[in-house]
Design a protein around this ligand. Sequence first.
Ligand SMILES: Cc1cc2nc3c(=O)[nH]c(=O)nc-3n(C[C@H](O)[C@H](O)[C@H](O)COP(=O)(O)OP(=O)(O)OC[C@H]3O[C@@H](n4cnc5c(N)ncnc54)[C@H](O)[C@@H]3O)c2cc1C
Length: 399
Amino acid sequence: MGTLKVNQHLVTPENLVELVKICPFNALEDNGGKLEINAGCKMCKICVKRGPAGVMEFVEDEVKKSIDKDLWKGIAVYVDHVDGVIHPVTLELLGKAKELAEKVDYPVYALFLGHGIAGEAEELLHYGADKVFVYDKEELKDFRIEPYTAAFEDFINKIKPSSILVGATTVGRSLAPRIAARFRTGLTADCTVLDIKENTDLIQIRPAFGGNIMAQIKTPNTRPQMATVRYKVMNAIPRNEEVNGEIIICEMEASKLRSNIEVLSVRLKEKEESISDAETIIAIGRGVKSEKDLVMVRELADLLGAQIAGTRPMVESGWLDAKKQIGLSGRTVKPRLIITLGVSGAVQFAAGMNGSDYIFAVNNDEKASIFNVAHYGIVGDLYEVLPELIERIKLAKEA
Ligand SMILES: Cc1cc2nc3c(=O)[nH]c(=O)nc-3n(C[C@H](O)[C@H](O)[C@H](O)COP(=O)(O)OP(=O)(O)OC[C@H]3O[C@@H](n4cnc5c(N)ncnc54)[C@H](O)[C@@H]3O)c2cc1C
């Protein structure tokens, strides 16, 4: 990291005008002949690279003395669960951790915090964990941020994992930043790609600037390296029947598990149908012209046992619930089949569905970007294609 500095003595009326124009974020201002940087600055450094020589300067922060990376080993996965029922994102992360660990010859750890959970720990060994560290304590019965952070901290101090992967669930999104702050280390949220360098630096890739670029983020000077990943972004490995790993029951000072939060009661929310779990999805976009046309879409969805989801404009128009939005600011889905109807395939949408097994797109514009990610496509008016599709599926079902 660093800061941008204006060398005012090199500013002339001519290069001032040039610099103000050069910034794509309008972050450079002419303040009565003085060049100023405003809050819009995204540190893209275009002004340094393309502006008049020397006027804008990037001053690097003093690089922290590097830590001894050899002291930090292993890839750890935080086990997300409710009362021992493990969230599937954990298994997906174990799959990714195994792949990364093999590249640098590291073990895979699972960190399991809770109460009455020890019996469930073995399952994690079937999905790639070499060691499961279990903190089975009454104080960890319900998720409370202070004792969970304390147990997580204890694990890191004792085991020193090089990288930690956390599911971007409600719990994970709350826990991971606390841990990162406590260890003064980096955390990249919602990574879509993870890789590892020979020197064990974790390559964390995620969309940035509204999905217009894929940012590659590293944490070269601190350990542990931390990343959160949403459900359905990575792949779990198939359950391995044989297990060779180890379950380690961990102890820690009880006083560290104290909390100022008292859980009075826990009420389970009614289980909602989530598009992230759907096997088949019909995704609608602005090509669907009127809310009443959803009847036709519903007919197709019912025939295929599909859930209806869509693009952000469909949610903004109030036709779909916010939980049905696919994409960067919505949910990630990975169904076996997704049929998109009148969806342009903007990067922010595609980022949430391009891992689907089969993508079938209907759009009347042959240049629509959805066709770049689709496996099958029909260039045509959805108002002609959809009734025909429904008819053919009905006939096939009757046959
Ligand atoms: C920071 C940020 C985050 C965002 N997050 C998301 C997100 O999570 N999810 C999301 O969806 N968007 C998101 N967006 C918005 C995104 O950029 C697009 O604007 C949006 O996805 C476009 O939705 P659409 O495909 O429904 O509409 P349009 O882009 O308007 O596309 C409509 C398509 O329908 C086709 N069409 C029109 N009529 C017919 C017809 N009769 N038959 C067949 N095809 C037809 C057109 O050719 C066109 O391709 C985000 C934007 C930003 C800046």
